[in-house]
Design a protein around this ligand. Sequence first.
Ligand code: IVH
Length: 752
Amino acid sequence: MNETHDPSVLHGDESGVGTITPAEYRELVARLSKLARAYYVLDAPLVSDEAYDRLYRTVESVETRNPSWTLPDSPTRRIGGPPLAGFRKARHPAPLLSLANVFDNDGLVAFDRRIGLAGPSPAIARYTVEPKLDGLTLALLYADGRLVRAATRGDGEIGEEVTAQATTIRTIPLALSTGTTGASDVPRFLMIRGEVTLPLDAFARLNEARDASGEANYQNPRNAAAGSVRQLDPRVTAGRALRFTAYTATVLTLDAAVSALPLEQLAFEADVSGLVVSDPISQDAVSRVFDRLRPSGVMSGPFSTHWEALLTMREWGFRTNPHNRECVDLDETVAVLAGLQDLRATWDEETDGLVVKVNDLATQESLGSVAKDPRWAVAYKVAVSEVVVTRLLEIAVQIGRTGAVTPLAVLEPVRLGGVTVSSATLHNDDQVRALDLRIGDWVRVQRAGGVIPAILGVDGEGSRRDGQETEWAFPAACPACDGPIVRDGDEAVARCTNSSCPAQRSARVRHFAGRSAVDIAGLGGNWIDRLISSGLIANAADLYHLALPDLLAIDGQGMGEVLARKLCNAIDRTRQQTSLARFLFGLGIRHVGSETAELLAPLVGSLDSLCHRLRTDRYEFLGSLGAQMLETKGVGPVVAQSVNDALSNPSMLELVERFSAGGMSPVPAAQSPKPAEEGPLAGKTFVLTGTMAETRDAIAALVGASGGKVAEAVSGATSFVVAGDKPGGSKIKGAAKHSVPVIDEATLRSML
Ligand code: IVH
């Protein structure tokens, strides 16, 4: 470094700094670095943005006037150099292991047992828990406290060198700070591993900008982070608000057994103060040095637990995750995992789980690894469901087809898991009381099992109430028919007992016309309500007696002609095209779900024979049907009893005859379904994803007819994943994981 200083150079400098010495310049850089670290790494700015910018510009202008003074770790150097011709390969000094997964607490307990540690040691916490960041892994090499190389993970052994790109990321220290502990505490050679992520707000801004310039959006923050680092032009990387979070530190030392070079020569090559790290010649020198380094045993390292390593990395200037936790024992680990799991949805970057690591490094070392996974760490991957807070506007009640009266929370619309939610189920009165809900409360809402939103509780346990909230009482009479609401003994469910209640009728018709039953396109709940209230229908069978003029003349505002014709056609189509199983399911017999209906259909035969036998020899028929049901695998006595009760009711005969008279003619079930061992797809299991030319049911039936099976989730037992339009990411990932071939719909058809 040229320390001769020409004071005239800085005279009249527009930055207003006046005369400055190299020592003063170094002080300015040190101060700027400290402010930058407080801002980017610690998230705790020490000065205003303006003050930071002013100092930044001062340092920049000193450097422009005295290029030879410029320190390689000056914060102004993070702007990215000229584009590279390509990525160089970089061999990691120690393999970058991955992690085995567990999917629930049982898995965690099994992991804990496998490790077989003696009881909790009071001196050393047993585990650490960290967020598993979903980004791009980087391995950073430091020599004498300076960043000398950054590389992607690649296959774990060899990655791509991305030093020039990495130096633009503010949370990657170019030089490690030694703080109060002194430089001697920083090991000579270090590998730091961590994850580069793009925080969610930066991801959103990046995609907006790409939209504006007509570029394709990045699919998710992980792709965006990876794409931003793997840019040959480091200036592009510099423009992205990337973040690096460190999670392991490996101290490296010379392994005499692998070194052919004398120590002095290595020391010379590793004299990194002169290296320009993005320069290939320097990278060759870095590789020569690091190729001869191996992880030093923990005993010789500066920390004895992983937790200490995390704290130390923070002192050195890395961002470590603020949600990392140290756990004394397995119980605390389980509790911490549950707590962090609830918080995950609120974090500003994406995670794909949590990581549990054995804290004691000597234990880690003795456990070692199997294949590519360490035995001392595990990824805890339990799906999170997002929780949001919104206002409870009202509690309405819904009347089901069996008369069950269930409260329904009416919510101020809120975004949840990518959709807008405006209501949530409340199972019964007991639940409303248990949650102590009042109208006007702020409530926490979660997607339970990913579909129907549920209320978890009142936000802040009621501390946000202002006295305007009102209590809610379960209605004593049915709001639809004014009939009595009865709650039998211990039954949690309250019911409207009036079977001609219009709300019950409507729910029954909705069920019949719904997607998983007969599927009458275009017949929504509102029209069903109006058809009932105007007396045109009382049940689903009446739909088959409607004529176009009826629809045009519905009380109040009639249906428009186009819509009415469409509905007539839709109803007509179902006359011939409904399977008997779907028709039986549509009848809404208690305990008869769609799968049970599939089992019942072959026993019932056809709608005609059902009508005929109920009319001519009802009891004999029901007796033999009951016996056959009990012989059928998957049908139990409860179902059999319920079917018997429903079919022996004279109103059922009336109903099915009315269907028949209206021309309803479901497709009879094959008497004996083809055994699975026959057909071209015998023994094959398919998983469907994405939109196909036909419904899933239709495709499943085709596959079934050829002897194959359709399953919901991809596993080792899956033969093929069939991908339609917009296939689901998890199924495609699952296919890759289990090496299951992915085929398209046309290929499937050719196999049938
Ligand atoms: S520890 C030997 N900790 O998850 C220890 N990994 O398959 C291995 N990851 O791509 C890694 N956050 O880069 C660890 N806090 C964390 C992590 C983490 C994200 C990534 C890791 C790898 C994958 C594991």
